[in-house]
Design a binder for this molecule. Sequence first.
Ligand code: SF4
Length: 274
Amino acid sequence: MNNGKVYLSASKITAYLSCPHKFRLRYIDQVPTPNQTFFIVGTATHAGVEAIHIGKSLQDALTEASLSVDAATSKEYDNALTPAEINDLVRTLVTTYHEQAIPLKITAVETPFQIDGNNVVLTGTVDAMVEGKTVLEIKTAKRAWSQPQADLQIQPSVYAFGLAFEKKLPGPIEVIYRVIVKPTKKFPKGQLMELRTIRTKEHFDHLIATINQVGKAVSAGIFPRNVTPACGWCEFRRLCLGGTLPNYDRPDGGSVAGYRDVSGATAENGGDSE
Ligand code: SF4
């Protein structure tokens, strides 16, 4: 809250819809948690891809990505991978993007927007714009995405709405997702997928209704727990559930029904990310 208004972004809306209590712990109480490896990988890969988008060489892009990894791993993080392993993975992902991405006419990178409503302010930063009218978003993922996965995300609606408003673009707005899938046995260098999804006035109307509902609930201090198997990779699981589920997070590392060992859990297998 700021000036009596609730500030929301795609990540915040997604967090509230998945679990209002998580929203509160993360954004209102700001409970500190160690940085997560999947987030470090995503941020560093974005840095490398952004360098490619503005015309830098692959070598310069890899340097940008490595600097991002070094900065993040010099602070406390969850240690799911060593800094060298993270660096190797990120370099592979950036190289895969460089080798496999079909060049697009990128007209802007890291474009911020802010829409000031009566009670809610919607903010965000779009990874890149293509030909001044199409949103380009970059994701890293453990597994390939499906078309419904792209179509049902709230993030494209937020970004398309933000750009349509800020740049006075007529709808509908196309959003291109480029998903860099991590190396597998079948694709040892990783794989680049491209999915396209369209956002129309109907999507924007639905988004506005959702934003207003979330904004009202946050203003009213409504933050119930939403206990589901997804709690297994929530960064607040111990704080939130440790006292109420006595067998949860057993010292022997086992899991209990409905929950599982969370070591190695990533955004791609269920957690949400920025
Ligand atoms: S552990 Fe579950 S209920 Fe608790 S904050 Fe996280 S997602 Fe919500």
